[in-house]
Each structure stands twice: as C-alpha cells, then as structure tokens.
Design a binder for this molecule. Structure first.
Ligand code: G3I
Length: 686
C-alpha cells in the first residue's frame, strides 16, 4: 500500500475531529464498511460486566498497578469472522511511563489450560514508547513474538489504531497510515475475535472509540449473547397477546442468553421483560455511589433488538441490598440521601426506556397481621419511606409510571386488604403512584379464586390505577427428576388461564409476566423443596399445557360463555335439583374468567376451567326455580333455570354410584367392600 502524504494525513485528522462530534469511530478506509452493529462498541451493556476497568457511556479507562492489567471481554460483543476484517480504536495514554505500553488486545482463542498462555491466540497492538508495539501469542508458549513499527510523525499520546487481517497478513495502521504488516500465524482461524486491552504496570489507558470494519461484501458479523434476535413464528404468545392489546412478559437473567434455546424462546414468545435480579439495589450500586448497569443494560439491549418492552424492578426492597449499606453505619439522614441518589441515578439511566418501575416492593409483611414489613428502610426512615420513594422517583422522571408491587394479596383477604389500604392511602395523599403489581407466586392446588382476583383488580381501577400481574408462577409437586404429573400440569394450566382471564376481564390490567421463561431456571425449586415446573415452558423450551391454555385464553376472549343443555348439576352428580349451600357444577365452554350469578347476584366459585365451573348456591337464595347465568369479559351465557329445594339431609353421591361412604381405609364402601365391625366410616353429606 502506498504511503499517504503528510498533507492528506492532516486533512484526515481534521475529518476525524469533525466526525467525532457525530461518532467516536475512526474513519474507514476506502471500500471498507462497518460490520453491522459494530460502529460503536463501548456503550450500554458492552463493557460494564468486565472487571478491571471503568466503563462510562463514551469511554473505557484501564489502569495497571504493579503488574499488567490484561482484559478480555468474554461477556460483551465479539466478532464472528470468515473473511478480512479490521478493528479500529482510539487509545490514549495519560501516563508518562508509556514506554512499556498500552495495547488493544484481540483474542482469537481463549486460554484452555492451567498456564495463561495455553491455547491462547492473542494479538496486542498499541503505544509503546515512541513506537507502535506489537506482540502475539499462538498458544504454545508464554513467550510472545514482538514486532516494532514506527509511529507516524506528529502522533503521540492519542492514536487512532486500525488492526486488520487482510488475506493472510496482519496489517497495522496508525493515524490513518499503514505502519507495518506481517504474516498472520492463524491467530483468528477459529472465526472469532474477542476484544480486550492490555496495560503495562504504572500505565493508564483511555479508550474513546472501538469499532469493527470489513471490506464491502464480506459477511463478518458482530455477536453477543444479548444481541441475538429471536426468530418470530407469528404464533407466539406475544402475537396473540398483542392482538388483544396485552403485554405478556417474563423475568430475565442475562447470563442465560448464552443458552441457545433461552434467547430464542424469550423473544419468540414474550413482548415484555423484567430483570429478575439485575436492576435491584445490590446489582446496580455495588459500592457507594458506584453504579453498574451492565447486566441490566444487556437486558434492555436484548429487548430493544427484539421489539420488546421493559419493566423496571425494583428500586426499594428490603432484600437484595448491598453489604456496604446494610452493614454500614449510616444515620437516617444519610440513608435517605443514599436512597434518593439511588433512585435518581437508576431512573435517570433508564429515562424514557422502560414502561414502568416497581418503585417499592413488598412493604407489607408476609404474614398476619400484615403490618409494615421489617426492613432496612423502615428502620432508617420510618413508614414514610414508601411515600418518599415514590415522590423521589416522580421527581427524577416525571414520565415514568410508578408501581407498588407485592405478593400474596392477589385475590381477596387480609393481605390484599392491607395492600389496598396502603395504596389507596397513597392515592388519597396525592402520592404519585400509577399502578399496582400483583406478583402471583401461587400453587396449582390452591390458587386464589378468579372472581376474587378480578374484584381486586377492579377496585384498583376505581382508584384510577393500572394493574400488572408481575411475577406469576404456579408451582406443582415434582419428583426428584423435576417431573410433575399430568393432572398437576392441567391444574396449573387452569390456574394460569384463570388469572389471565381475571386480568382480561378488567381493562386496567395491561400486562401479565411470568417469573422466568423455562422450568430450567426458576427460583421455585431452590425455595420450595419438592416443588417446581412452575413456568410456561419446559426444560427443552417446549410449550407446556399452561402455555397453550394462556394462548387459547388470549385467542378466546371473543367467545361468550355457553352452558351446555342440562349442564347445571349438583356437584359430582347428575341431579339438576340442588339445595341452598350445595356445590353445583356448570358444564359448558368458554367458562374461564366467568362469574356465576343466581337471580342476578354473584355466587362464589371454587373451581374454574374452560369447561367447568364449580360454585356454591348461596344459602340466602330462596327455594323454587332460579336463574343461573355465567358472564365473562366476552359476554354472558343464556340464563338457565334450575330448581332449588330445601335440603333434606342426604348422602352425597358421585356420578352414579360412588364416592359416598368411605371405609376406615378410605376405600369406597360397597356390597363387596364392607366396613369391618367397630371401624369408622366417613360419609359425605349435603
Ligand atoms: O449471583 C449470585 C452468585 O454470584 C452467588 O454465587 C450465589 C450464591 O448465593 O448467589 C447468586 O445470587 C443469587 C441471585 O438470586 C441470582 O441467582 C442470590 O443469592 C439470591 O438471593 C437471588 O435470589 C433472588 C431473590 O429475588 C432475591 O433477590 C431470586 O433469584 C429472584 O427470583 C427473587 O425474585 C423475587 C422478586 O424480586 C420479588 N418478589 C419475589 C421474588 C421471588 O423471591
């Protein structure tokens, strides 16, 4: 390549200066283009997960103490290369000791053995004294091969470097000029380039641009686990949800993006994500005033690449707090300052990017009598911390939607009442709260009644608040291999469908999120021994019955409930004659989300699936003919007349002939299975 005359070089530098206002990347050589997505490789999510450096939005700073500080970014983006490529960077050394060097490090193969150099294929190119220093290692020895190249005139503390593989040569450019080349010993033969830097003892390196390029027509690509885009089937849960104007989401841990099935299932099925842990206090402020958004940024980047929305979780909670805070000796005033700053910085970082925030999480105790949950914040700031947190959050981002999120108060009952009282009090006091998160960590065997969830959501609508089902999972008993029975998975599916139906029945319920994507990664087995399989996708990312029930519920909202002819019968029997207080079965279709009424008054339902509702005939219903009707968001069934008559005590029958009287060993008593003399019997009565 001909040398570039010095006049052109000056013009080149001027162009770079002007261009740097728009983009930090050094200029491309003629015929070369950026690898898609690789024009700017310093920002969000790319370097913050790497230790040994300080990452800001526009620069990286790497210092070395008494030893070399060598960094390879294995969690951020890497380059997949098949043909020619180059890496462009702007590096500066502020150190007077630059004699020993600051380097761009490109790794073609990671270390595979006990010694740092085993298997390692690495190329360092940088500023070393008054020259461009180059070293490379090919995996067989710790002794690198060194090459020294001249520094162009006028280039000193800051340099635009370009390191290229062109055919079988490694070619180095500095300040826009080719300064040397040597035969490539196959450093990048594996098709991968990890980015890194190496700083010699006592030196400081500042990196203000990093980009990758290739000759036009090459097909190199930038990849990172969190940059994957999922193949969209058009038939995912998110497609059905979007058609209903609903967000369907999942809690995410970005470390799972490298599991190939995970990133695909997430982006294919969901249109909303929430960080399972990455946005909590301990993760985002690991040291006082030092914030790290790396993992959280990776989630946001993934969501943006996949057309998904993001919820923020959570700013104020008594769990997931860093040790420096909980073991530090801060006065209440200092603790207030810490929390305020935390809220301001975290909200500020994501301003305009998230749909809402769980500002305060689980401020009500987990058990009766459901007072304030003991916490660091309660101790330090008193019960006013909840209001304060919302006020600080609103001041930090007046456009952010602010939610209160809690567990165990999804239906009706004492916890639900306590949450409602807290939130309605906030509304009354003018505290800027926009919504309530109902977590919904429930069991398949005793989920909250659908009608109760719906009533609860409706009373938040009356306060002008939005509701999200924020953390749903439905745990079931599992064997030692993590497998659940088909019956339990069906019950789980009904629970998922009922909760979604309750949400759909109320227009203020706008999102349902599950607390994870796959049964492979869930907090349930670790926290509820013997339980698991709580999510919508199995360990192989297959849709479970529950996912299908969610999908059919999303698709089925348009169909009003139907009661089958003679479909209203006494529970477990066939008689259409019932008594006050007796359980009654309604067989039909589209029954999920349905409320039963008797003579226009709501009756309590105990079980609900798409084709069966079990409700109790209210004791106060008179005798005679009554009208039973089933209503859902999609409409109402026809009214069906049944007869209610005063109960003469009777033994319950089940089907035609069984389930009525049990012997002491719980077997059904019959002519051929008599009770032993002197044994106890159990009779089921109405
Ligand atoms: O990442 C560290 C790892 O480096 C370390 O070796 C390991 C040893 O314990 O811990 C790992 O961190 C754990 C983290 O989950 C990631 O797995 C924490 O110890 C553990 O406490 C943390 O638990 C999370 C929990 O919140 C507390 O923050 C769960 O994953 C997460 O599912 C759970 O989520 C909460 C919601 O935020 C609020 N509602 C209830 C829900 C379930 O508890």
């Amino acid at each position: 390549m001909p040398a570039i005359p010095s006049l052109s070089l000056r013009r080149f530098c001027l162009t770079l200066f002007l261009a740097s206002a728009l983009s930090a990347a050094p200029p491309l050589r003629s015929g070369w283009v950026y690898v898609p997505g690789a024009q700017e490789m310093i920002g969000a999510g790319k370097w913050g997960c790497v230790s040994g450096l300080t990452a800001s939005a526009n620069s990286l700073t790497i210092q070395a103490g008494s030893g070399y500080n060598t960094i390879t970014n294995t969690t951020g983006p890497l380059l997949q290369v098949t043909g020619d490529f180059s890496v462009l960077t702007t590096v500066s050394t502020s150190s007077s000791n630059s004699g020993s060097g600051v380097f761009l490090t490109l790794v073609g193969a990671l270390n595979t053995g006990a010694n740092w150099w085993e298997g390692l294929k690495r190329l360092d190119v940088g500023l070393a004294g008054n020259a461009i220093g180059v070293s490379y290692w090919t995996g067989g020895s710790g002794n690198g091969t060194g090459v020294t190249m001249p520094l162009p005139d006028g280039v000193s503390g800051t340099v635009d470097l370009e390191v290229a593989r062109i055919s079988n040569q490694i070619v180095v450019f500095a300040g826009g000029m080719q300064v040397g080349a040597f035969a490539d010993p196959g450093l990048f033969a594996a098709g991968r380039v990890y980015f890194g830097f190496n700083v010699a003892p006592g030196n400081t390196l500042t990196v203000t641009s990093l980009a990758a390029a290739m000759p036009q027509g090459e097909s190199n690509a930038l990849s990172a686990p969190y940059l994957q885009t999922a193949a969209r089937s058009g038939t995912g849960l998110r497609d059905a949800a979007a058609a209903r104007g609903l967000l369907i989401g999942a809690a995410v841990d970005p470390s799972h993006f490298s599991d190939p099935g995970y990133a695909q299932a997430l982006g294919r099925e969901f249109n909303l994500v929430v960080a399972e842990n990455a946005m909590k206090f301990a993760a985002t402020e690991p040291a006082p005033h030092q914030f790290n958004f790396c993992a959280a940024d990776q989630i946001v980047q993934y969501a943006q690449a996949n057309g998904m929305q993001v919820r923020g979780h959570t700013l104020v909670w008594q769990q997931a707090l860093p040790g420096w805070l909980t073991t530090g000796s801060y006065t209440p005033a200092q603790a207030a300052d810490i929390l305020k700053e935390h809220i301001e910085v975290v909200l500020g970082h994501y301003k305009g990017q998230l749909i809402d925030w769980d500002v305060v999480n689980e401020a009500i105790a987990y058990g009766a009598p459901y007072g304030a949950q003991p916490s660091y914040w309660l101790n330090q700031l008193g019960s006013g911390y909840v209001d304060l947190a919302f006020q600080w959050a609103h001041a930090a981002d007046p456009n952010a939607k602010l939610f209160y999120n809690d567990t165990g108060g999804e239906g009706l009952g004492a916890k639900s009442e306590a949450v409602y009282n807290l939130v309605s009090g906030m509304v009354r006091r003018g505290v800027p709260v926009n919504g309530v998160g109902l977590q919904m960590h429930i069991t398949a065997s005793s989920p909250p009644a659908m009608a109760d969830i719906s009533t609860n959501i409706a009373r938040y609508a009356a306060l002008g608040l939005e509701v999200h089902i924020t953390e749903m999972d439905v745990r079931v008993p599992v064997d030692s291999g993590g497998a659940a029975t088909g019956a339990n998975l069906s019950a789980q599916a009904a629970a998922y469908q009922n909760v979604l139906a309750a949400c759909q029945a109320n227009s203020n319920c706008t999102a349902l999120l599950t607390w994870g994507v796959t049964d492979s990664y869930s907090w349930i087995p670790g926290n509820y021994p013997g339980f698991g399989a709580a999510l919508l996708f199995d360990t192989k990312y297959n849709a479970k019955t529950a996912a299908n029930s969610i999908k059919s519920q999303l698709g089925g909202q348009g169909n009003p409930p139907v009661i089958f002819t003679n479909g209203i019968v006494i529970h477990g029997g066939r008689s259409t004659v019932v008594s006050p207080g007796s359980l009654v079965d309604i067989y039909g279709s589209n029954l999920v989300g349905a409320q039963v009424t008797v003579n226009g008054k709501a009756a309590p339902a105990y079980y609900q699936s798409a084709d069966l509702v079990v409700f109790q005939m209210p004791f106060e219903t008179g005798t005679g003919s009554v009208l039973v009707q089933v209503k859902s968001a999609a409409g109402a069934s026809l009214s069906n007349a049944i007869t209610v008559e005063a109960a003469a005590p009777s033994i319950l029958t089940y089907g035609d002939n069984w389930g009525v009287v049990q012997n002491q060993d719980f077997s059904v008593n019959s002519a051929t299975n008599c009770a032993a003399a002197g044994s106890y019997l159990t009779a089921y009565l109405i």
